[in-house]
Design a protein around this ligand. Sequence first.
Ligand SMILES: C[S@@+](CC[C@H](N)C(=O)[O-])C[C@H]1O[C@@H](n2cnc3c(N)ncnc32)[C@H](O)[C@@H]1O
Ligand SMILES: Nc1nc2[nH]cc(C(=O)O)c2c(=O)[nH]1
Ligand code: SF4
Ligand SMILES: [Mg+2]
Length: 193
Amino acid sequence: MSYRINEIFYSLQGEGYFTGTPAVFLRMSGCNLKCGFCDTRHEEHTLMSPAQIVEAIGQYPTRHIIITGGEPSLQLDQMLVDLLHDEGWFIQIETNGTNPLPEGIDWVTCSPKQGPGGEIAVRLRNIDELKVVYEGQDVESIANSLPAMHYFLQPCSSPRYDGGSNTAATVSYILANPHWRLSLQTHKLIDIQ
Ligand SMILES: C[S@@+](CC[C@H](N)C(=O)[O-])C[C@H]1O[C@@H](n2cnc3c(N)ncnc32)[C@H](O)[C@@H]1O
Ligand SMILES: Nc1nc2[nH]cc(C(=O)O)c2c(=O)[nH]1
Ligand code: SF4
Ligand SMILES: [Mg+2]
């Protein structure tokens, strides 16, 4: 068994509930969506075996891993989740929610997206945090259909917004709808990976 891995790096979780937490990022290659605003290049990959992944991530002084992509649910399987748990890892996943996940992932961050037909197709039930990239869409319908422990709105970073993101509009929306919390992409603010 091998996995298409785009990159492995050690940084601070920049977004959402665990913002500021040191973590190893395992970025898997490939995605089933093509979000116009996607800020990540994930097509390049190296094939890695489970043993190679465990060795590469094990060199860092934390056991919090963030499995992201691309869309990691296209590749992450029960075998890798169980192996990471055996090695003592706390597993967080960043997913668009379109695919079911293996069991036992410690923290599911779901960032639902519109598919090609405009529909939101989320197939997850146990979401710890919902993190919606705010573009002025009807985020209440999204939240109402997706039970989660925490609800974050994240400004959309894009050259089409003055200043590079729609942070002011996101803040105004949250002030008017205080069941949301703000998630900033703090790694971009302090220029780390
Ligand atoms: C690159 S995605 C990979 C994981 C998964 N495919 C997903 O979309 O959740 C990682 C996170 O970055 C967010 N993101 C991607 N592009 C963004 C942008 N331009 N502005 C703000 N957040 C963005 C996504 O919503 C997601 O929460
Ligand atoms: N520092 C940092 N935090 C992140 N949180 C989620 C990220 C992602 O690309 O999934 C990300 C990322 O790319 N960098
Ligand atoms: S689902 Fe995630 S990785 Fe895929 S295109 Fe959208 S933001 Fe990028
Ligand atoms: Mg990122």
